[in-house]
Write a protein of this length. Structure first.
Ligand SMILES: *Cc1c(COP(=O)(O)O)cnc(C)c1O
Length: 365
């Protein structure tokens, strides 16, 4: 018998994530010593010293299970965002928060609305629970909120909004989102995925967590993987009503956040210096990359994240050629953007390497 016929609805339509080779392996293959990776929007500054100390201390208790309730981290997040600890749900990365959300609320007979060029995880999760995806065309690469509203019907269970969006880096002003929330029926959940929240300039950043009282159908997801530099530890969280959190916590695996992740995330929240340094570096280097793209007449999508998406023509060919120059960027054909590459903002030296590699590759064309 074909074991595939036993898989749940939707699973056969999924394709495994295509991970890049480990950098070390690529270095060996290409004979290059110092590959620069600008492909996953990680913090280029390395680990926060406060996080490092906390991780070292936490190793003493690694034979024990982690705190299933993430008591200290939840308490600190609740304080920071002026919600109660009962409104915080922790995940093994915010990716898992989204997965828990889908498993809790989205069934095969429901529809999920998201932008055509939105974070790919929404499509994957919709497919994996056997629900129907409703992709909405973008407006100037950004989310078309009116277009999303127009697609709401009796079957709509969830609308996913990445703000800033990955891979386009586009941003919706808080006023626009709030006006949108006011129009969404209360039986439709809205997830506001704010993975790049910290990179948004303070004057443009919404106090979205303060909307939770007014919109009980709102789910805010944030992460420690980007500005806080803990991508490898996997920790993210949702801010919601206490009722939604209660449901999510029923579905959540009890020990989904490991001890090192909990300790590091709790500590890094205090490392304002690290956070600010990363944000400042990002702004400065983003401007450098923008000037570079302008000089080379490469159209880019203005970004408020820690990455920038640029139109290069045959993106896969350019990606391959850059690889041979020892620079890894992200082709995004899987996001319906075969002519674009997404480049994470690295350190000054890394970005200089990227620009030099790009010049070599452009000259080869
Ligand atoms: C990177 C990213 C995430 C989350 O990543 P985790 O490491 O799982 O927290 C979520 N949403 C978007 C839009 C992202 O780009």
């Amino acid at each position: 018998m074909d074991i595939k016929t036993l898989a749940n609805r939707g699973v056969l339509g999924l394709h495994p994530y295509q991970p890049g080779k480990p950098v070390e392996e690529l270095e060996r293959e290409l004979g290059i010593q110092d590959i620069v990776k600008l492909a996953s929007n990680e913090n280029p500054l390395g680990l926060s010293p406060l996080a490092k100390t906390a991780i070292e201390a936490a190793t003493a208790e690694l034979t024990r299970y982690p705190d299933a309730n993430g008591f200290y981290l939840k308490q600190k997040l609740a304080e920071r965002w002026q919600v109660t600890a009962e409104q915080v749900t922790l995940g093994n990365g915010s990716n898992e928060v989204l997965e828990i959300l889908f498993r809790t609320f989205v069934s095969p007979d429901s529809e999920v609305i998201f932008d055509k060029h939105a974070f790919i995880v929404y499509a994957l999760l919709t497919q994996s629970v056997g629900a129907t995806a409703v992709p909405v065309a973008s407006k100037a690469w950004g989310h078309d909120l009116e277009g999303m509203l127009a697609r709401v019907n009796d079957k709509t269970r969830l609308i996913c909004i990445a703000n800033p969006n990955n891979p386009t880096g586009t941003y919706l002003q808080p006023e626009a989102i709030e006006a949108f929330l006011a129009k969404v029926p209360s039986n439709v959940l809205v997830v506001l995925d704010e993975a790049y929240y910290e990179y948004v300039k303070p004057e443009q950043r919404g106090e979205t967590h303060q909307w939770l009282n007014r919109y009980p159908n709102l789910i805010i997801s944030r992460t420690f993987s980007k500005a806080y530099g803990l991508a490898g530890l996997r920790v993210g969280y949702a801010l919601t009503s206490a009722d939604i959190a209660d449901l999510l916590n029923r579905v959540r695996e009890p020990f989904n956040c490991n001890s090192l992740a909990l300790a590091a995330a709790t500590a890094v929240l205090d490392d304002t210096q690290y956070l600010e340094a990363g944000i400042a570096l990002n702004q400065k280097e983003m401007a450098r990359l923008e000037s570079y793209f302008k000089e080379r007449a490469l159209p880019y999508i203005p970004s408020v994240g820690n990455f920038i998406t640029v139109e290069v023509g045959d993106a896969n060919a350019i990606y391959q050629a850059l690889l041979h120059q020892g620079v890894i960027v992200r082709p995004i054909a899987g996001y319906g953007m075969p002519n674009h590459l997404r480049v994470s903002i690295g350190t000054e030296a890394e970005n200089t390497r990227f620009m030099a590699a790009m010049d070599v590759v452009l000259a080869q064309r």
